[in-house]
Design a protein around this ligand. Structure first.
Ligand code: OGA
Ligand code: NI
Length: 337
């Protein structure tokens, strides 16, 4: 059982066969340039119209941006990173109590992406938790480290507030009412993935996560401040997003692409690994209510334009997403008109 995860204490000197990508699918790390211009947007006050315009530009041109002065206290971020690290340092037998390969579980430790569907595995272990409503889910979270629930609860609440603020700004940036997108998304779920990428013996041959888009509405990613690994597809080339201190990386998920009638793109991104240092990233996902219908508001169907996507519910989309392998075609393709 312990052999299922890669954070088991074993030091690998070669990459196990099941992780090796075919030659034409490898990350070509030497060809990736560092991107210094993923927009960094100060959302902590100032002219709201200007902020929403900056967000709109970033969503149109990148699908990715970073926010600073985001209102999540440093102390909560530091504690979240601390418990995340400590969790993955626990003895493997302790961690394996939470192991599951069933995506429907509301708390689970797992590995790679979708072990039951994929052909080649990815160099990642992850702890995935449902986080909203926090009082409903936190009793099933790990109780080791002892302060896990306390720290993660406070972090989740603060990140949800940030996500709500960003969704309001995105709504305004599309020329909609502040609340309009939130209303379409309904009572949103919130999930978290604490991603742990152990040191990898042969990082040129595999991925932490292969290129994918996120199936939810909005992702709020806390990168490892010391170790980079996130790469974004920009104009057909992979570029590395250098960790910015005190920033969250925000990306548009598939559902905001749908609700914006394709104006904002859910961009391909991936995580690569390295042979020097383990890396941790903490992704918070805001997810539409299961019964919400992801339909662009009429205001966005401008003269002469048509609806790019069918009307579908988030429950339908999520089922389709997990029935596939991660690095296939964009899942939204299945929902186009
Ligand atoms: C994700 C993701 C990137 C990273 O969890 O969906 O894209 O840097 N993570 O870990
Ligand atoms: Ni992602």
């Amino acid at each position: 059982m312990a052999g299922k995860v890669i954070s088991s204490g074993i030091q690998y000197t070669t990459l196990p066969e099941s992780y090796v990508r075919p030659v034409n699918e490898r990350p070509s790390l030497s060809q990736v340039s560092e991107c210094n211009d993923v927009p960094v947007i100060d959302i902590g006050g100032g002219d709201r119209r200007l902020i929403s315009r900056q967000i709109g530009d970033a969503c149109r041109n990148y699908g990715f941006f970073q926010v600073v002065n985001h209102g999540v206290p440093d102390e909560l971020v530091t504690k979240m990173q601390q418990v995340g690290r400590e969790f993955f340092q626990l003895p493997v037998e302790e961690k394996m109590k939470l192991y599951s390969e069933d995506p429907a579980k509301t708390i689970r430790l797992s590995t790679s992406f979708n072990v039951q569907k994929e052909q080649v595995h990815n160099w990642r272990d992850y702890l995935r938790l449902h986080c909203y409503p926090v009082d409903q889910y936190s009793p099933e979270w790990p109780s080791n480290p002892s302060y896990f629930r306390d720290y993660v609860e406070n972090y989740c609440i603060a990140v949800r507030e940030l996500g709500t603020t960003v969704l309001e700004l995105i709504s305004e940036s599309l020329g909609l009412e502040k609340e309009q997108i939130k209303t379409i998304l309904g009572e949103q779920g919130q999930h978290m993935a604490i991603n742990h990428y152990p040191v990898c013996p042969e990082p040129e041959l595999t991925y932490g996560l292969p290129g994918h888009t996120d199936p939810n509405a909005l992702t709020i990613l806390l990168q490892d401040t010391r170790v980079s690994g996130l790469q974004v597809l920009k104009d057909g080339k992979w570029v590395a997003v250098k960790p910015h201190p005190n920033a969250f990386v925000i990306n548009i998920g598939d559902q905001l692409e749908a609700v914006s009638n394709g104006e904002y793109k859910s961009v391909w991104h991936r995580a690569v690994v390295n042979s020097d240092q383990p890396r941790m990233s903490i992704a918070s996902f805001l997810c539409p209510a299961n019964d919400s219908v992801l339909s662009a508001p009429n205001e966005l169907i401008k003269d002469g334009s048509t609806r790019v996507f069918k009307n579908y519910t988030y429950a339908e989309y999520y089922k389709k997403f997990w029935s596939r392998n991660l690095d296939q075609e964009h899942c939204l393709e299945f929902f186009k008109n």
